[in-house]
Design a protein around this ligand. Structure first.
Ligand code: GLN
Length: 390
């Protein structure tokens, strides 16, 4: 057989999603892949059922049903302070995942560089490789996951096509401040670069943090692709409804890629997503409250059983240092540690190296997610307590 694509030799399948399969095989508690195990809101599920019964079952408008695009435009005008035209500036995609890769495919030329903050959500690595760009990593330093202004400035050059910003951030829980985003804006303007933002955790914030969309800042209206989805905000990760918002010139390219990749995102779920985007303010408040309690619960638990967790300011993950526990359990890398943890406690995590290009950096870290029922977290507590009994 002739060699298969060289490009697909350069990355592995998702470790996050592999951990779910490993966890399911042993009937463990899945604190690896970030999806809720509680029920999605009844009224949104009803809207989807109704859409199917109303026979919204054929292909959608490829770049998104008008009703959903209008709902997105209305929502971002309020919450994100982004002005956009629903006719020309929005592409509805199969989740933020498709929005990101379709965007990169739409904007990248050979030789282009894409800046990524490290640690990063693992998709960005393969996304950049598949689009043919060269990644450049800028470190976020614990405990606050700050970057160095000098290192960021040094990462930009004439080849910088774009910087990817994920705020609130997966896996660190960092929420980029206005000052940081303004710094990024000035570098994008200086080097004529785009900002591609993944804002899927935009409603999951703690400790009075504020979500700021970089597209709302001065000078950025034409050079940002704002990506989000219904997955995390409405606990509907399996529906695969996301979107990319950008100036018409960029959107027309994204729409082409999207059309030939997937044709469209599922029609009945688009109907229900339009309904979801009109949920009352109280819905978002209770989502925040729920996750705030789960964050505090898991953070305290992890601290008690020997991890060194970093307190997240947003999203629903906790990154931890595992050095001391690794010594105690006589394991030497993050994969061995995650495996041992499932065996001993039934709790599945994501090995830290999955979030770094340089694997030395994550070898003593793992990520937990806490978007789970109280009952699940109580069982996790029983499991993790075994670490201190030995
Ligand atoms: N964002 C989720 C995580 O980091 C996973 C998303 C996915 O698997 N598509 O766990």
């Amino acid at each position: 057989m002739k060699p298969l694509s060289y490009i697909t030799e350069k990355f592995t399948e998702s470790v996050i999603r592999e951990m779910t399969r490993i966890c399911d095989a042993v009937g463990g508690f899945n604190l690896s892949q970030g999806f809720p195990d509680f029920e999605a809101p009844q009224e949104i599920k009803d809207a989807a059922v109704q859409a199917i019964l109303n026979d919204c079952n054929q292909y959608p408008v490829t770049f998104g049903e008008p009703k959903l695009r209008k709902a997105i435009a209305r929502k971002v005008a309020g919450y994100n302070k982004i002005k956009c035209n629903s006719e020309t500036d929005i592409t509805v995609t199969c989740g933020a995942t498709e929005a990101m890769i379709a965007t990169l495919k739409a904007v990248v030329n050979p030789g282009d560089e894409i800046i990524i903050f490290e640690p990063f959500y693992e998709n960005y690595g393969p996304d950049v490789i598949l689009s043919g760009a060269k990644p450049r990593y800028v470190t976020l330093y614990p405990p606050n996951w700050d970057y160095s202004c000098e290192e960021l400035a040094a990462a930009f050059n004439n080849n910088t096509k774009a910087i990817i910003i994920n705020t609130p951030n997966n896996p660190t829980g960092k929420v980029f401040s206005r000052k940081e985003l303004e710094e990024i804006v000035s570098l994008c303007l200086k080097w004529d670069s785009l900002a591609i933002t993944d804002e899927v955790y935009e409603h999951i914030l703690y400790d009075g943090e504020e979500h700021i969309s970089i597209a709302s800042l001065d000078g950025m209206a034409n050079r940002v692709v704002t990506i989000s989805s219904i997955s995390k905000t409405y606990s509907l990760t399996g529906w695969r409804i996301g979107w990319a918002i950008a100036h018409e010139k960029i959107t027309s390219r994204i729409r082409k890629v999207h059309d030939f990749l997937t044709v469209g995102a599922p029609t009945p779920f688009q109907e229900a997503a339009a309904f979801a985007l009109n949920m009352p303010e109280s819905y978002y408040e209770s989502l925040r409250l729920r996750y705030n309690l789960s964050r505090d619960y898991l953070f305290d638990l992890l601290s008690q059983v020997g991890f060194k967790p970093y307190l997240p300011k947003g999203a629903y993950y906790i990154m931890t240092q595992t050095e001391e526990l690794m010594e105690k359990l006589s394991v030497h890398d993050d994969f061995a540690f995650s495996k041992k943890l499932i065996e001993l406690t039934g709790v599945a995590t994501v090995p830290g190296t999955s979030f770094y290009a340089n694997s030395n950096k994550g070898a003593k870290q793992v990520r937990f997610c806490f978007c789970k029922k109280e009952e699940t977290l109580e069982n996790v507590k029983k499991g993790l307590r075994r670490l201190v009994k030995d």
